[in-house]
Ligand binder design. Structure first.
Ligand SMILES: Cc1cc2nc3c(=O)[nH]c(=O)nc-3n(C[C@H](O)[C@H](O)[C@H](O)COP(=O)(O)OP(=O)(O)OC[C@H]3O[C@@H](n4cnc5c(N)ncnc54)[C@H](O)[C@@H]3O)c2cc1C
Length: 401
């Protein structure tokens, strides 16, 4: 007799979180039939393939938060995974540099936080900073030993292969239908129907829309923030990874200098509102998506609270001279001719109705559904533990059906 279901668990989204979830399910419960639907022709075409490629140590995050736990654990596991599957990676360490007196208490706070999270942190004066990075200037710095770099696209590909899941590319979910006691059915843009006992939503920039398609209220909206990058034409100016002291009002780390696994140095990302969820430059505008962002009260609360910071970011986005000026605080030798525009990424940032930028990872469940609703940085670093947590919840839901 034909089964009423095409699979046991259906994962929407072939980014690193969805693929890690598929991988964790088939490891924890061999024999579980997992299908992944990804709208693009291959894996990792959005956030996973458009990030800084950094394995974050976990220094920034509140002790006890999911971000802190999963980043510390995930960083070690990511290094092991890359070594096991022969994926390009390196544990390089990184510097966080204070360029203004006002940043010193926050830099000191990061040292405390890093120690609470069990991360190897060393404090440096200006002379020691120059030993690490001769061209970088600052009043003080810290060295974080466990930070690294890797190729997340290769990690996503490997997770897809090793999961043993059925992965369908070019399969955009456009409808979902939860039937009483009978699992969840989805329809893709080409009319194919896939029926599953449990649905897992890892659709990144579209996760709130998919949650609403299933009939669950996510209680948040994705507000897309683009991060623009330049490549440094004189890569010899930077040896490793150099970060500013982040502004605690934002979950973004500030424009940093990153020598990536390809040997090039990338400078960015800033944070400007994107006019479409996949709006990788100012020319990409999707009126319906933009209308949805503007109709969400949280977007207006953010605009009111952070207009001054936002105006500075906008200015640095449209003016290369202003962007260069900001970078020169860390790297005085840089000129605007050194900066070559590079591909941007867009962050899927969850925002609550009252304008709170959700800081921690957010995973919510409904009947026979698990939704990953906030998986911004460092979710690539933390993807193996996140995948296990989502898999645990999906398997619990599966055994309850
Ligand atoms: C600029 C930038 C820099 C970052 N730097 C770092 C870093 O250095 N280190 C780090 O750890 N993290 C970093 N991050 C964060 C990290 O990239 C993300 O947290 C992570 O990639 C999230 O993975 P994901 O699978 O949730 O999302 P995604 O990679 O966006 O995957 C979601 C997938 O869902 C698919 N999808 C969406 N809707 C549908 C649908 N209807 N049907 C089918 N498929 C659908 C999309 O096509 C996409 O492939 C950065 C992010 C950005 C944007």
């Amino acid at each position: 007799m034909r089964s009423a279901y095409d699979c046991d668990v259906l994962v929407i989204g072939g980014g690193i979180v969805g693929l890690s979830t598929a991988y964790a399910i088939t490891r924890a419960a061999p024999g579980t039939r997992v299908t992944v639907l990804e709208k693009e022709p291959g894996p990792a075409r959005h956030q996973t393939g458009r990030n800084s490629g950094v394995i974050h140590s976990g220094i920034y995050y509140r002790p006890g938060s999911l971000k802190a736990r999963f980043a510390v654990q995930g960083a070690a596991e990511m290094v092991k995974f890359c070594a096991e599957y022969d994926i390009a990676h390196a544990v390089t360490g990184k510097l966080i540099v204070a360029t203004d007196k006002a940043e010193l208490p926050r830099l000191h706070g990061l040292v405390q936080r890093g120690r609470e999270n069990g991360i190897p942190v060393k404090e440096l004066g200006p002379a020691q900073l120059t030993e690490y990075e001769p061209e970088v200037r600052g009043l003080a710095a810290i060295h974080v030993g466990s930070t690294g770099i890797c190729d997340y696209v290769a990690v996503a590909r490997r997770l897809a292969e090793a999961s043993g899941a059925e992965i369908r590319y070019g399969a955009q979910v456009v409808r979902a239908d939860r039937r009483a006691h009978r699992g969840v059915a989805v329809r893709t843009a080409d009319g194919t129907v896939v029926r599953s006992r449990v649905l897992v939503n890892c659709s990144g920039l579209h996760c709130d829309q998919i949650a609403r398609l299933t009939g669950d209220d996510p209680g948040m909206r994705i507000v897309p923030f683009r991060g623009e990058y330049y490549t440094l034409a004189r890569p010899e100016l930077v040896r490793g990874l150099v970060y500013p002291v982040p502004d605690p009002a934002f979950p973004f780390l500030g424009v940093h200098l990153t020598r990536g696994i390809d040997g090039g140095v990338h400078i960015g990302p800033n944070a400007v509102p994107a006019l479409a969820r996949e709006g990788y430059d100012w020319g990409v505008v999707r009126p319906r998506e933009l209308g949805g962002t503007l109709a969400w009260p949280g977007s207006w609360h953010i605009a009111r609270r952070h207009w001054r910071y936002g105006a500075g970011e906008l200015r640095r986005s449209v003016s290369k001279a202003a962007f260069t000026e900001a970078v020169r605080r860390l790297l005085p030798a840089v000129t605007s001719q050194d900066l070559v525009p590079a591909a941007a990424g867009v962050r899927a940032q969850a925002v609550l109705r009252d304008g709170t930028l959700v800081d921690d990872f957010l995973i919510k469940e409904g009947p026979r559904t698990v939704h990953v609703l906030n998986a911004p940085s460092p979710a690539a670093t933390a993807s193996l533990p996140i995948g296990r947590e989502v898999a645990r919840r999906a398997l619990a839901s599966l055994s309850a059906t």
